[in-house]
Design a protein around this ligand. Structure first.
Ligand code: ZN
Length: 292
């Protein structure tokens, strides 16, 4: 694979940068160019990453060894959590390499921890550059042209499972991507043995008052499924809002996947319109149903 790094040099927006890489490969014009997983190792090598090493490293999830001017680089990616996670890590480190305004976090370059690989906040420079590397990574590995074909009419965990297998990414990455790519108000509750690991939400779903380590609320179908150890994916349930929220005057659907290692993910979504219909001339905040 031949890619021109000079053409990417002045792009500082992570999504645009990933699209520019795909433009060079030709993916976006013709998804058949990459029928399966995006070849992240080849892409990295074509962009001056001299070596990519995957192994069971301690103390970091990913590392980019490079200098301030990024003359060349080497990437170490941890596969203790699986090769699919390592693929995302490689793309994340490639993001730090190509986004030349990113400031090294380590004397040797960039050392990224598990939390960095999930960072979405942008409030402070370190978080912002981790978040940008993640945006670049998912846009590179799951561009809309390749990812959106897995999406059904309604939110469904099964879509993310198919994308996982088709694009060789972790289920968690595909679920998070599904959240970004869909319009409905959505939330994902990741849990282990009935206790919350973390929650993300998008498109205006109300805040879920759940912190790390909290039990999944006991009246929810998710909690019942987990307690009964029913491994597999539930069918999307009927209105379950009251089980999750104190004030719940809206429709909420729920679906849970429980794996046999005690890890579970619960998808919550609402059908409420997200955008105002602007046909009566009224300001959008009037006359359109919204969460309170
Ligand atoms: Zn990082």
């Amino acid at each position: 694979m031949q890619l021109d790094r000079i053409e990417l040099a002045d792009i500082h927006a992570p999504k645009r940068l990933a699209r520019a890489v795909h433009d060079q490969i030709g993916t976006l014009n013709s998804p058949v160019m990459i029928p399966g997983p995006v070849p992240v190792m080849e892409i990295a090598r074509a962009l001056d990453i001299a070596e990519v090493r995957i192994g069971g490293f301690d103390g970091f999830e990913g590392m980019l060894l490079t200098d301030v001017v990024r003359s060349c680089g080497a990437i170490l990616a941890n596969n203790k959590h699986g090769d699919r996670r390592a693929r995302f890590t490689i793309a994340h480190e490639l993001g730090h390499f190509l986004l030349e305004r990113h400031v090294p976090t380590d004397p040797k370059g960039f050392a990224c921890k598990v939390a960095d690989l999930r960072e979405t906040r942008t409030g402070q420079w370190h978080r912002r550059q981790e978040s940008e590397a993640n945006t670049f990574a998912i846009e590179l590995l799951a561009p809309p042209a390749l990812f959106d074909r897995y999406l059904s009419d309604a939110p469904d965990i099964k879509d993310a499972l198919q994308a996982r297998d088709g694009l060789d990414l972790s289920l968690e990455a595909c679920l998070r991507r599904m959240l970004e790519r869909r319009d409905e108000p959505l939330a994902l509750v990741f849990s282990h043995e009935g206790r919350v690991r973390y929650v993300i939400r998008d498109n205006g779903l109300p805040y879920l008052p759940l912190n790390k380590g909290d039990p999944i609320p006991s009246a929810t179908p998710a909690s019942i499924k987990i307690r009964q150890g029913r491994v597999g994916i539930s069918e999307p349930g009927p209105n379950v809002a009251r089980a999750w929220f104190d004030k719940a005057d809206f429709d909420l659907h729920e679906q849970t996947r429980l794996a046999d290692n005690g890890h579970a993910v619960t998808l919550l979504w609402s059908d409420l319109p997200v955008e105002a219909e602007d046909d009566d001339g009224a300001p959008p905040e009037l006359g359109v149903p919204r969460f309170r």
